[in-house]
Design a protein around this ligand. Structure first.
Ligand SMILES: CC(C)(COP(=O)(O)OP(=O)(O)OC[C@H]1O[C@@H](n2cnc3c(N)ncnc32)[C@H](O)[C@@H]1OP(=O)(O)O)[C@@H](O)C(=O)NCCC(=O)NCCS
Length: 251
């Protein structure tokens, strides 16, 4: 069953955290000025510098809120104050919590699109998350031809025309979440692996670069974060216990 916005619950006061836990946190990025200003105080000097390089005020505020919320969320898993968390980065820019904070159990990935952010936190396993604001745009078929695999292109063309935009984002978010889980970002060609949406069954990877047997070992889940926002989370391992929480706007 596709989770809907009503399933995004307020988080509990105390989070239960252990093997097989996958926590998805959604949050709005357009916050009142005092909330944004408070979140900015949590950022590192380099995050603040990145924010202030953004010329459009709305983009700057959204960046600040996303990174402030990320710190607040991760603070709940690390017993470290949000402003004291430090990060390192993989070869293609994927951020990780620095080693001093954790016992290697807290893996996360952030995604943001327009007014919404998503943070996935997985126990002991690299994770990828992607959220996209669903909007009609010119050239969808060109993107499908360029970035979807031949199998995905064929499946997408079988979908009734009026449903192709939604379907495009369903594929796209899963594909981005997969490359983000691998940490390779868009250096991993998006047409080199297949995502499938079988009728009456959860989405799955049917082919990934490398070992053909590996595809069956990945977990893929799609979500609607809020009306008009599609998201996906992808990570290795099949038996994840998923909780979906919406950060309370007033915090
Ligand atoms: C990662 C990537 C797929 C992001 O896609 P996107 O849809 O534009 O953005 P999203 O909002 O979903 O994700 C962005 C977040 O993912 C995380 N991220 C950055 N690089 C990442 C990577 N390689 N893998 C996974 N996550 C990554 C960051 O938290 C980033 O947040 P920030 O931009 O606010 O700092 C894309 O930017 C990319 O391919 N980057 C790699 C660039 C690269 O190869 N650089 C090599 C030289 S360092």
């Amino acid at each position: 069953m596709l989770p809907d916005p009503e399933r995004w619950l307020p988080p509990p006061a105390n989070i239960s955290w252990g093997p097989s836990h996958l926590h998805l946190w959604s949050f709005g990025l357009d916050q009142a000025k005092p909330i944004t200003a408070g979140l900015e105080t949590l950022l590192s000097a380099s995050e603040k510098a990145t924010a202030h390089r953004l010329r459009v005020e709305r983009d700057r505020r959204r960046y600040i809120v996303a990174h402030g919320r990320l710190r607040q969320i991760l603070s709940r898993y690390t017993a470290t104050a949000p402003e004291h968390l430090t990060f390192s980065h993989g070869a293609h820019g994927k951020p990780f919590l620095s080693k001093e904070h954790v016992d290697n159990s807290v893996h996360f990935n952030l995604s943001r699109s327009q007014a919404m952010g998503l943070c996935a936190v997985a126990y002991g396993q690299e994770v990828g998350a992607d959220v996209e604001c669903v909007r009609p745009f010119d050239g969808m078929e060109t993107l499908v031809n360029r970035f979807f695999s031949p199998l995905e292109q064929a499946d997408w063309l079988h979908i009734e025309e009026s449903r192709r935009l939604e379907a495009f984002y369903r594929y796209w978010t899963c594909k981005e979440a997969f490359v983000k889980a691998r940490g390779e970002g868009l250096s991993l060609p998006l047409n080199q692996f297949d995502v499938a949406f079988p009728d009456n069954a959860p989405p799955r990877l049917v082919r990934v670069p490398g070992d053909p047997a590996e595809a069956a070992g990945w977990f893929v889940q799609t979500h609607i974060l809020a009306p008009g926002y599609r998201a996906a989370v992808v990570l290795p391992g099949l038996h994840w216990q998923v909780d979906c929480w919406r950060w309370l706007e007033s915090d």
